[in-house]
Design a protein around this ligand. Structure first.
Ligand SMILES: [Zn+2]
Ligand SMILES: [Zn+2]
Length: 226
């Protein structure tokens, strides 16, 4: 299948492709600069390395992985890229889960065998990551699904990757360790719904949406529909 089918946003320099990877079909962001032959990934579930061969142009170097959080379904192929020298980014509160995945599989009861992936850069709320001068990523800490949930706002392309915080018409579950429903809802309201309303929301799972549409998300307005 041609990769143009997976194109979500683009400008003269940068294109964002999103493909489903891993056993539960996580959305993975492939942000590519075809001029300097570099790419940044948002999350790296199982199957991401294989998918990168068809999503990215030949000769493109993945230079960074931004992890939205440390749950097993978002990190399985992280170590493959790490071994190739890719710089890895995650919130400090989820770093332990990615570097010691046996802890994750214990708490979610998954029997997935995960290989540890070292985190190079601990991301904090409001950090701006600059990728070799061609991409700026505005980071927002939106905890409450995990402890270290991050959203990555790509202002130049009008997209935000929300991981498992904000979904199309739904929000992330908060019954895992580190979860807190009230914190999650207030974080989404303050840090995500305040983005420009035409921003494309690319969640970790399921269909894309927009900030405008999610202003009517029932879970952010007093609970699910009766
Ligand atoms: Zn999760
Ligand atoms: Zn997930």
């Amino acid at each position: 299948m041609h990769r143009s089918k997976f194109l979500v946003a683009s400008n003269e320099e940068v294109q964002i492709f999103v493909a489903k990877c891993g056993p539960i079909g996580n959305n993975v962001g492939f942000i590519e600069n075809a001029k300097c032959h570099e790419a940044v990934l948002v999350d790296a579930p199982f199957g991401t390395f294989e998918a990168s061969k068809s999503m990215l142009l030949p000769g493109t170097k993945v230079v960074a992985i931004l992890f939205t959080h440390g749950h097993w379904d978002h990190v399985g192929d992280g170590h493959v890229f790490k071994n190739l020298g890719v710089q890895t980014y995650a919130h400090g509160l989820d770093k332990l889960l990615i570097e010691h995945p046996e802890l994750v599989t214990m708490v979610v009861g998954s029997d997935m065998s995960l290989i540890p992936c070292k985190i190079d850069v601990e991301v904090k709320d409001n950090d701006i990551i600059n990728i070799n001068g061609w991409l700026e990523i505005f980071c927002r800490w939106v905890p409450g699904h995990a402890a270290g949930d991050l959203a990555f706002y790509i202002k130049s392309l009008g997209c935000v990757f929300t991981g498992d915080t904000l979904f199309n018409g739904n929000i992330g579950r908060s019954d895992f360790p580190g979860g807190n429903e009230l914190l999650l809802i207030s974080g989404i309201r303050k840090k995500l719904l305040t983005l420009p309303q035409d921003t494309t929301v690319i969640p970790g799972h399921g269909k894309f949406t927009t900030i405008l549409k999610e202003k009517n998300n029932p879970y952010l307005n007093g609970g699910p529909p009766a």
